[in-house]
Design a protein. Structure first.
Length: 509
């Protein structure tokens, strides 16, 4: 195979563009957790019932998760820069509506709109990186920064959410998105120059859009409802059945139409399929832990919201170190599976330490080392995963390939929150029943012990899930060094989008 030299000079503004893309990604990831801290205060202010409070989270999750594939395809069709800027402006307007909400309907509506524009923004951001950074070492650095933000931004949201809620009020957890979005949109408009010839101008696959959106909404809502209504609830089961039927119809449709919303060549590649599956499993474990540690620190240990946020800093530090100092430095030297597999195992060891939690555990002895190992392992694994998810993809497919990364994370988050919380609740109930004598003497102590017992029981499941993610990464991913050749079918790539020494198989289309 010939190696034609790439005579096109790299975009001199690409690093400035990365700053604005990273800022937008930080805003989206922050929003996933910052609202959780403010939710009790918003519920009281707007008189939202306990039965309806979940819709503050669910409205966003349904819109975001259901429309991600559509957002990725729009990015390929409209152009990634345009989609990125529209997503930012829309997200800012939706955030302003949420901050100004006078009743629960306004708040729920604003969260749904945030999800809609987030579904445009998130895949456009990642696919811009995929088409702008094709040099091996530069791509490693760019995705290292992006991976660190994607992994650690949620914990930063806990800190910022706690500060804004305590120092100002809950409305500022929405208003804070506006300056992020305005700066990122203005910078993107003036700095980003999308490479020519990378759009997919084929007609939009309307049946695929409808089937995928309805299927993903049913799946996400099924897991969300299971958390509150139980797994045996009739509507919960109905949502899962509907999701299975709709998503199967979606796959059959995509295999037959001329211009599919999700070309099956994107997901049938064993490397990208392995990334999507292992990343989704890892997010299941991580999102569940965020929930448990937040409740453990605030309810069991009595931490304030701000102190709880700062207690997550070691995890952020671990993620940044793993992503930028380990993953980014090694991804051009070793195969992706040798970073992702061990990375998920290190995270599993950190999770294993957290199974030792009890009501008076030392933060320094248990929580701190557990978070450090979890963050270090996740950061190391996320780095090559983010890069490999779009590596070797044709430029016209980079938007939808990026959307699949976000979809696996969003669905994984919904599953993690519902599945692990249900396991924890069941374990806590069983513990309380078997220790009724203690409840008669000290009901508050029994409540806390049962809660922690439930958390540790669910964390054991999270350990197993991370081990499974490691096994999938090692088994499925057989690509060479993901940063060692041009990506996304860029200049200098062979027919399959990679150079001679990196053979990333791509399913024929």
């Amino acid at each position: 195979m010939s190696k034609t030299a790439d005579l096109r000079l790299p975009d001199p503004s690409r690093w400035k563009a990365l700053a604005f893309i990273a800022l937008a990604q930080l805003m989206v990831v922050l929003d996933a957790t910052i609202v959780n801290i403010a939710l009790p205060h918003a519920q009281t202010a707007l008189h939202i019932s306990d039965a309806n409070k979940q819709w503050v989270i669910t409205a966003y999750a349904l819109a975001f998760g259901g429309l991600l594939l559509f957002g990725g395809r729009i990015a390929d069709l409209w152009g990634r820069k345009r989609t990125f800027v529209v997503g930012l402006v829309g997200f800012a307007l939706a955030s302003a509506l949420g901050g100004a909400a006078q009743n629960q309907a306004m708040l729920f509506g604003s969260r749904a709109l945030q999800g809609v524009f987030g579904a445009l923004l998130a895949p456009a951001a990642l696919s811009l990186l995929a088409v702008m950074f094709t040099d091996a070492r530069e791509r490693a650095k760019a995705f290292g920064i992006y991976g660190a933000i994607a992994g650690g931004g949620g914990a930063v949201g806990l800190i910022l959410g706690g500060f804004l809620t305590q120092a100002l009020n809950w409305r500022w957890t929405f208003f804070v998105n506006i300056p992020f979005a305005v700066v990122a949109a203005a910078g993107a408009y003036f700095v980003i120059r999308e490479p020519a010839g990378s759009r997919n101008r084929s007609a939009l696959d309307i049946p695929g859009v409808v089937l995928s959106a309805l299927g993903l909404v049913s799946l996400v809502y099924g897991f969300t409802r299971a958390e509150s209504a139980g797994w045996s609830d009739g509507l919960t089961i109905g949502m899962f059945v509907a999701a299975a039927v709709l998503l199967l119809a979606f796959v059959l449709t995509e295999s037959k139409v001329a211009s599919p919303l999700l070309p099956l060549r994107v997901v049938l590649d064993r490397n990208r399929g392995g990334v999507y599956l292992s990343l989704g499993l890892a997010v299941i474990a991580m999102f569940g832990l965020f929930l448990f540690l937040t409740y453990y620190l605030q309810v069991v240990r009595g931490y304030s919201p701000i102190r709880t946020g700062f207690a997550f800093l070691p995890m952020i530090a671990g993620m940044i170190t793993g992503s930028t100092q380990i993953g980014a430095r090694l991804m051009t030297r070793v195969p992706a599976r040798k970073l992702m597999g061990p990375g998920f195992l290190v995270a599993a060891v950190g999770m294993l330490l957290l199974t030792r939690l009890d009501i008076d555990s030392s933060y320094a002895a248990v929580v701190l080392p557990g978070q450090l190992l979890l963050g270090l392992g996740m950061g190391t694994a996320f780095m090559p995963a983010m890069s490999l998810a779009t590596h070797g993809v044709e430029p016209r497919d980079s938007g939808v390939a990026s959307a699949m990364v976000n979809t696996s994370q969003q669905v994984g988050g919904a599953i993690g929150t519902a599945l692990l919380n249900t396991i924890a609740a069941s374990a806590a109930t069983a513990y309380a029943s078997s220790h009724a004598a203690l409840g008669a003497r000290d009901p508050e102590l029994l409540k806390l012990q049962a809660m922690v017992h439930g958390f540790t029981g669910a964390i054991w499941w999270a350990v197993g899930i991370l081990v499974a993610a490691s096994a999938i990464a090692v088994t499925f991913i057989d690509a060479g060094r993901p940063g060692s050749g041009p990506a996304s079918g860029g200049p200098g790539a062979g027919a399959d989008g990679v150079e001679d020494e990196v053979r990333v198989p791509v399913v024929a289309h």
